[in-house]
Design a protein around this ligand. Structure first.
Ligand code: RP5
Length: 169
């Protein structure tokens, strides 16, 4: 499939239960991914060194998931020219809204593509990374189109079943 890999970075191992969805979605599409626990606040030097070496290691997209004052995706974007996707996670009193605002409000010139809070966002982050990598990989592009076709079938089935239920009432 794609010759480029995805790097998933999580701010803590407590983020993994949600971010595993991201990893599994990439795996389902045959996209190779590496996962690291690295923190913008707790291990800034290690984070920068890992990200800066990413391009040479064949990384095509970074996905960073973190909760609370989630500086992680922005810190990744500060260290690389590769695309960065940020996943806001629920942790602490503010239920992920703190992470969402921290990730989405990047200063001009340093973009981070921000997805929804939590598991839905973790899955969409993988799908967005797949779309980015698919631009240079026809077989991955075809797999993504197939995913879209399956969604249409699922919605059609649900609509059909709703129509049948309404017709019976
Ligand atoms: C963030 O703080 C992490 O991404 C995590 O979501 C949150 C809490 O981290 P732990 O205290 O569980 O290590 O940096």
């Amino acid at each position: 499939m794609a010759d480029k890999k995805v790097a998933i970075i999580i701010g803590s191992d407590s983020d993994w239960p949600v971010m595993e969805t991201c990893y599994k979605t990439l795996r389902d599409f045959g996209v190779a991914a590496e996962v690291q626990v690295l923190s913008a606040h707790r291990t800034p030097d290690k984070l920068a060194a890992y990200v800066q070496a990413g391009e040479a290691r064949g990384i095509g997209v970074f996905i960073a998931g973190a909760g609370m004052a989630a500086a992680l995706p922005g810190a990744v974007a500060a260290c690389t020219a590769l695309p960065v996707i940020g996943v806001p996670l629920i942790s602490g009193a503010l239920q992920g809204v703190d992470a969402l605002l921290s990730i989405v409000q990047m200063p001009p010139g340093v973009p981070v593509a921000t997805v929804a809070i939590g598991e839905a966002g973790a899955r969409n982050a993988a799908l967005l990374a797949i779309q980015i990598l698919a631009a240079g990989c026809p077989s991955l592009a075809e797999a993504f189109k197939n995913h879209k076709r399956k969604q249409v079938e699922t919605v059609d089935r649900k609509n059909q079943s709703l129509q049948e239920r309404l017709a019976r009432e």
